[in-house]
Design a protein around this ligand. Sequence first.
Ligand code: BT5
Length: 259
Amino acid sequence: MLTATDIRKSLNTKLFGKKIYTFETIDSTNDCAQMLAEQGAEEGIVVFAEKQTKGRGRLGRIWESEAGKNIMFSVILRPKFAQDQMGLIGFLIAVSVAEAIEKNINQSIELKWPNDLLINSKKFCGILLEASFQQGMLDFIIVGIGVNVNQTTFSKELKEKATSLKLECGREFDRSAILRDILESLEVNYLETHRQGFNSIIERWAQRCHIFDKEIRISHRDKIITGKVVRLNSDGGLIVKLPDQKEIKVMAGDATVVG
Ligand code: BT5
């Protein structure tokens, strides 16, 4: 089992991972981080687990991960961005994780809106953001990140669409080294974006997300729309041109390229 000492060894951050809680088994690292944040825990605290019994994705979906093979963690954020920029945090996280992992592999990482990470069109990392508000004001955000690192077999449902760093690169990875790189990348980008705004993140995200100018289908709950992606709006919404040429902004959903 990875320990906080393993992870913190040579970790070069001031905020992210200053304190790390590790668990052999937990329900969900997001729930634990949320409980800590509600008790006033500081920004940057990390909760890591080898196994989750209730690991989740968006909309109550399940995050499946073999015990002891991967990276599953949550970090507490108390961001100070302007209210209308909070929707961009997911892009900041996705870009940071992609840049950190790409340093360790020879393949390029593609981003899928809103914030999946893919290698060769297969998902190896998912990100879950859960915000808490108090009297209408953002109190904290829990960012949960799951990375398939050394897992090589997946369930029947996931086999066709999931992959791992080991499957793509043909070797085992040192999970604590990867996690350190992720935490360092998150910290650099998080602090820089607070100083300089999201322009650079949006640009780097767009370079990795190949859905612009393509026909896509977006499903959200029981609604489906199809159209052409025009651009990413400054608040994180996707501007989509519908077949009748009307442009709309989509804030949430799952996108598939159809042509
Ligand atoms: C996500 O949701 O991709 C966010 C996943 C976040 C997981 C982390 S682990 C640490 C923290 N604690 C938690 O409880 N969660 C976070 P979404 O975009 O809704 O995608 C979920 C879908 O991805 C599932 O319905 C499956 O189709 C697929 N999936 C599940 N496990 C996967 C895996 N290991 N690799 C690739 N795809 C997976």
